[in-house]
Design a protein around this ligand. Sequence first.
Ligand code: ZN
Length: 391
Amino acid sequence: MDYKLVCLLLGCASTVPIAQPTLAEGGPFPSEFFHAAFARAKTALEEHLPYRLEATLDIAEGRQPFGSVDPLSPLEPVAFMRRSEGKIYLSPAKFEKFCASRLKTARAAEDLAFVLLLHELLHVYQDKVLRTRNARLDPRQLRFFCEGHAVAFAESLARAHRVSEEILAAVRGSVAPRFRGQLEHDRNLLRQHYSYELSARFVRRLGLKVDHFGKLLETKISYPAILGCDLKRLVPSGAAAKQLKVFAKARPDLKLRPVVEIDYFDLCLLLCPPAFDDFALCEGFRGGALTSSTFADGSSADVFLLHFSGGRQQDFVTRLGEYAALCRGEKRTVAGEGAGGRIRHEGYPGRGQSCHIQMAGSLAILVLADDGQASAFVQTCFSSLVMENKP
Ligand SMILES: [Zn+2]
């Protein structure tokens, strides 16, 4: 398994204006400062483990080991653990910036470093557990478990060592994602929210102990369960994928790519981040499928077939319209044209693209198309897929 345990500790720091380090009282921090915080964190964690952790701290200024971090993230980590080495890297310059943007007094930096290093040491412990197992975990789930466990237990251990709530809040940053209407930014925010906040909430609810990471890995998770949806109300269906496959088979001339199934999380990341926390919408989601095609003029189109129940397809369309309006800086809510109506949002999700939605029965058919040949393809999709779903 090649999954890197990478930690992006800055949370939502990119949305916080980062001041120049102005720590009159403590910064710049000497390496002894970090080594002392590291020793304190290591002892605090080892109190709960039956063995000593093999871990070292590398003050990484100037050597730029941070380049290999998840390129999707707009954030720069203060510290991270590199799995192959059992080593924690920490950048003092980034730490100082982090302190300057989040802390009121430099004295608090000691506790802040303690919490950050606890988090990384928890990743070292997780790594040790993971090495004893052969079970393959989905990378998304693995990251969910690792970060959730690290966030939740760095906090609870820090509390036990009398770290103030103020410091813990400074480490967390903002809890609720603040969507801007910029799709890439919002998707990143959504991924972080999933990895850090929702995962920590999930881990806390399980009531495990810090050294129960192995048990945590055995926990069954589903995306709706994470959101707190009523699982009894969820009956997933493969209807969307089946129908899209039939369509692709009937129209070989369109050269559609193989149909892939998408779950609610995929859907939110691909389309509409603000729909994410909507329990009712998630409970209405019965599964979706996606295909795409590129045309001779280079334009391309994505086709989503989304299956909802309980009339949630209408809610979904409305929500997508609201998000499209947010993207364009409009304040008003874009109202759908009612069930079966056809809606077109120009400029969603990016320039030169438009989003076309039509409802057919319990399905929402959604086509994201470039201008050019792809735009002519929209009509083909709708007429074929709507015909399929005539009651
Ligand atoms: Zn982490």
